[in-house]
Design a binder for this molecule. Structure first.
Ligand code: COA
Length: 176
């Protein structure tokens, strides 16, 4: 039974942690993602403040669905184990031609509980373990102290600083 549950989790790309469940985003999440990703405190560093349109959210979901089918990763929706509300998102996506980066966001009401680190750690370990990626990257605005703290807790190492729209961005990596 345990093996069956494990196989289903692999097929569904489900990731579970002590407190959270991560599952791939679907078209049904459109309204929730729109509200979450366009909230000012969330979009500030995630999208350089840009308010994504519904069409852009649809495109992001479709890209994620295609990416899960082709490569086994994309964007996961985070919810609390036993809860139904969207708590945030975490994902893996290409960073230019450098490799694959981890990204994450939480609803502001869920900040300060360790959820981002818990979710991002599950994603990074999935990438370096079952997915077999050689390394995972992150690109973080230097002014985004909360996100810098997340990548540091994940044990990622800075290797480069590049200019971004809001100021310098530090690139981090964690290798297998
Ligand atoms: C980046 C972001 C996800 C960080 O959220 P966060 O809540 O600060 O990070 P975590 O969920 O890992 O929580 C860590 C905090 O929870 C605290 N905490 C409380 N209970 C905890 C527990 N049981 N376990 C672990 N940490 C816990 C930690 O001490 C830490 O607090 P501190 O910041 O005062 O040191 C959030 O600011 C966000 O969504 N920003 C908008 C999107 C964004 O910028 N994404 C990153 C783009 S690169």
């Amino acid at each position: 039974m345990k093996d069956l549950v494990g196989s289903l989790a692999t097929v569904n790309h489900l990731l579970t942690t002590e407190r959270l469940i991560l599952r791939p985003v679907t078209v049904q999440d459109q309204a929730g993602l729109l509200a979450h990703w366009t909230a000012p405190d969330v979009r500030k560093f995630l999208f350089d403040g840009v308010v994504l349109s519904p069409a852009e959210i649809t495109e992001a979901v479709e890209d994620s669905v295609g990416s899960f089918a082709a490569a086994g990763y994309g964007l996961w929706l985070i919810r609390e184990a036993g809860g139904n509300d969207l708590v945030g998102t975490a994902g893996l996506r290409p960073l230019e031609d450098l490799g694959i980066e981890v990204l994450y966001s939480l609803e502001p009401g869920a900040w300060g509980k360790g959820y981002a680190t818990e979710a991002a750690r599950a994603v990074v370990e999935h990438a370096l373990g079952p997915l077999g990626l050689p390394e995972v990257l992150a690109e973080v605005d230097a002014d985004n102290a909360a996100s810098v703290a997340v990548v540091e807790r994940l044990g990622m190492t800075p290797f480069e600083v590049v200019p971004g729209l809001l100021g310098p961005m530090t690139r981090y990596r964690r290798t297998r």
